[in-house]
Write a new protein. Sequence first.
Length: 462
Amino acid sequence: MNATAILTLQRLDLAEAATNPDVARRRDALFRRSAVPEERVRDIVHGIVAEVRRDGAEAVRAINARVGGGLADGRLVLRAADLAVALRSLDPDLRDAIEASIENVRRFAETQLPATTHTTIVAGVDIERRWVALESVGCYVPGGTAPLPSSLVMTVVPAQVAGVERIVVASPTGRDGRVDLVVLATAALLGVDAVVVAGGAQAIAALAFGLADEGIRPVDRIVGPGSSWVTAAKLELAGEVGIDLPAGPSEGLVLADASADPNLVAADLLTQAEHGPDSPAILVTTDRGTADAVEAGLVARLATEPRAAILERSLADHGRIVLAPDLDAAIAFVNGYGPEHLSVELRDADLEDAVAKIRNAGSLFVGRWAPESAGDYATGANHVLPTGGLARASGALSVEQYGKFIQVQRLTREGLATLAPTIIAIARAEGLHAHLAAVEVRFEADAAGNDATASRESDPGR
């Protein structure tokens, strides 16, 4: 793509949406995007999952050989000894950085640990909402051209804080046929016992079904970002294993006004776009001059970016500039879009008021000193976030997703007697007479028991 193409990023003027059906259609298409992969991918994944279900470890090896992501020698599982070797080769400064990231993520995660609660509804009716950590989870960590040890930290640390007993990691090799040493060293720092070497749908199926021949048991939930193949496999298996969210391409949106530094806005737009050529990068602004300056800044920055080819494709296909008539309209667009990452770069007088009005975003980055990369690596906030508009209904990966609440209900005779009229009336209205009888039989049995007791007490010689 040439510079001229970048200088003419697709623009959407929200002021025209009320009178121009094409503008309204383009706006709505952005709102209605989805993290769910296309049907062709899901059909192929259905077959891969069935193959792993039937043949286990041998199927995973065979699929790895066909599509990549496996070790040349066919090994599927790396154990603690392998991870320790990688850790010994880790650069000391990088080790310090990863340990700092782990500590910050742990510190924030510890604030999310749910509490068990007890509520008395009426006298004799008590409900316990008991927090229970999952017994096991599988954490998927992408590989390929950009292995992500940071995603390993983001998925494993909350599991540890939640109290998960068994954590299994799956990650593919890169194009060189090796698992990234930094990923393995990070697994060692986290105390992970085993890494399944596989990618895509076969990795997700291996976590869901286990690898009996390798001593890997099925997990209860699978978390972590990944390709469309990973997402399709999660959806395929959602009825058999818990999943976090379908993960679409990484998204970056910047909300800016005339006070924003165009160079900083350009840098923030490129942050998530470099994940892949299908990653949206969208500027929402109230100022045309800022839009023009940001486009120029993108051109200048691309000349020095190592992943320029990916960035150019991302901007050509998914880059947008949205012009809003005022800040309220800009915020309404942001909430309608529900971005994964949102940078807010506004004048100080409007900044916090605008942030308070944002209700749909995975993670917000407020002001000129808050680049999205800070959240990706160092602040402690989780970077596994909803994409494809799912931020309208979901939030970041958190400790709560590594456990569940069990309802424990305790009733006394007095409590059930208080609730009996409500139970009986609704059961009768629904025609569910066994529900009604389950209440009445208790009082009948209790009355019969009391009569028998009274009879024995009145005639002790019986």
